[in-house]
Design a protein around this ligand. Structure first.
Ligand code: SF4
Ligand code: SF4
Length: 163
């Protein structure tokens, strides 16, 4: 009998704290601008949280059967993974966003290795290191075959939404 990994969010509130861009009850949430309902370790209105995105959003660490290591809990690892955020040549593409200015080297190296081994191209985000304030639009790095990198570059130049 196989057992699947089951995790729970709390005390992580990394997505609520603005590291994933979303709109909660008309309020934009993005890096540097947490959801007004997050107290940094829980939601202060959990029973009334909106279905979209709060019920619907499940990051790669907390999803059932996650391949990510236990150490990848987003608030402590410094990264939120959005698995299978888009497709490229019928392969899933994972997206990783930093909890902070950039993804720490150790989890980023793990994600790159995972991308190579599993044939899952990776897109990861980072802020400009020289700026004091966080920006809602972050720099994007496409990691995978050159054809994948080129396709993502062309989509960005065309102003297309990637996920
Ligand atoms: S980032 Fe993941 S683990 Fe953390 S609160 Fe959001 S869904 Fe849960
Ligand atoms: S309403 Fe609650 S669950 Fe939803 S983003 Fe805000 S703090 Fe998180």
């Amino acid at each position: 009998m196989s057992s699947q990994i089951q995790r729970r969010c709390q005390p992580c509130t990394a997505c609520c704290d603005g590291w994933v861009r979303m709109v909660i009850e008309g309020t934009a949430v993005y890096p540097g601008h947490p959801c007004p309902h997050s107290n940094g370790h829980a939601c202060d209105d959990y029973l009334n949280r909106p279905v979209d995105p709060c019920h619907n959003f499940i990051c790669g660490w907390v999803q059932t059967g996650s391949p990510l290591p236990e150490s990848f809990r987003p608030d402590t690892a410094g990264v939120i993974v959005l698995p299978d955020a888009r497709r490229w040549q019928n392969r899933p593409v994972d997206v990783a966003v930093p909890v902070g200015r950039s993804i720490p080297a150790e989890p980023l190296d793990w994600l790159k290795e995972f991308a190579m081994q599993e044939g899952r191209p990776l897109i990861y985000m980072e802020q400009d290191s020289g700026e004091q304030d966080y920006r809602s639009d972050q720099n994007l790095v496409a990691y995978g075959p050159p054809e994948f990198q080129n396709e993502i570059r062309l989509l960005l130049e065309a102003g297309e939404k990637l996920w």
